[in-house]
Design a protein around this ligand. Sequence first.
Ligand code: DOR
Ligand code: ZN
Ligand code: ZN
Length: 393
Amino acid sequence: QIIEANGLMVLPGFIDSHVHFRDPGSTYKEDFLSGTQAALAGGVTTILDMPNTQPPTDSRAHLQEKMAIAAAKAVVDYGFYFGATDTNIEEAAALADQVAAMKLYMGSSTGSLLVTEFSPIYRHFSTFPLDKPIAVHAEDEQSLKYFGSQGSTEHNRTRPPLSAQIALSRALAIAEKTGRVLHIAHTTTQRELELIQEAKHKGVRVTCEVTPLHLFLNEEDQRRLGNFGKVNPPLRSKSDQAALWRYFDVIDTIGTDHAPHTKEEKNQPYEKAPSGMTGVQTMLPLLFNAAQEGRVELSEIIKRCVVNPARIFGLKNKGALEVGKDADIVLIDPRQEYEITNEQILSKCGWTPFAGTRVRGKLRQVFVRGTLAFAHDTYLAQPGSGAPLQYKI
Ligand code: DOR
Ligand code: ZN
Ligand code: ZN
């Protein structure tokens, strides 16, 4: 087989450490095949799947069920988050070596996983292996109400109340006390990044994520997109959006929070419409384009989408193009420009908030562990060709 790469650029396959593939339970929104195909088409060769499925990934049996589903369907490499509950403290610790991390919801979101009391949070933080990340959804219930349930965009125009950082402050304090590794999912405001920066300076073992949604969209887009721009945490003000770019140094990973919901679900009245947007297929194109436009160095993107996720989650054999790593490779044509459309989106729900956006950089070929899996908009990968991740921590 001859690979023609004349004029193309080579990138490492991206790692999306934050996706919701809805399998099992809500496979009409997404399943492990459609989700990983969307990933592949977007140059993402490794994904970490969140536990808020039905049933949630919160026990040995539920984890095994999800592992079997992925083994049969996945076309990229995959790992899982274990979902914390008030009572599964010992079970989570016993299963730690089979998952990438724990996910602990300190504020409620899609699904039923939620741990808000101090005691179970503290016990999870001190019992789960200290070097293995606990990723937290650290949004306050109050700020969720303030933004999430307001039909009127009037409220979204205001900055969040200061109390929006209560969950984050608690997580940082308990991580400091227990000496554990903590990963903050989807940071969206300048204040959060200030608190995380301060904690890092103090020696707290904390890392944090930002999503392309919050990097590229703000509350003005929310008004334009209506329910399709509803997400938790919400799209923020222009000034918070700008702060994410200004504080880029503080940000460790970029993960998409790919959270598909159908058009029918999104078209319900605002209160009823679920939160979340797709993202796994558009992350690399949007970030590569931002680098092409000179907004950010490509190497800084690779750090946050490949090098750091591989390190933080202890992914064996994964990382940027270097000696000894898996040949997860993307070939991209940096000159070809195209428009992102809903028709291109391979997620079952078939829409993206970025429809209409023009980007430079067209994906030509994607290799997963050396095997050509996607070429010129055609799938070559067989369901089940994706492999489970192995962990160093
Ligand atoms: O908007 C969101 N959607 N935020 C979350 O935290 C969960 C996600 C989902 O699973 O739908
Ligand atoms: Zn979340
Ligand atoms: Zn999420």
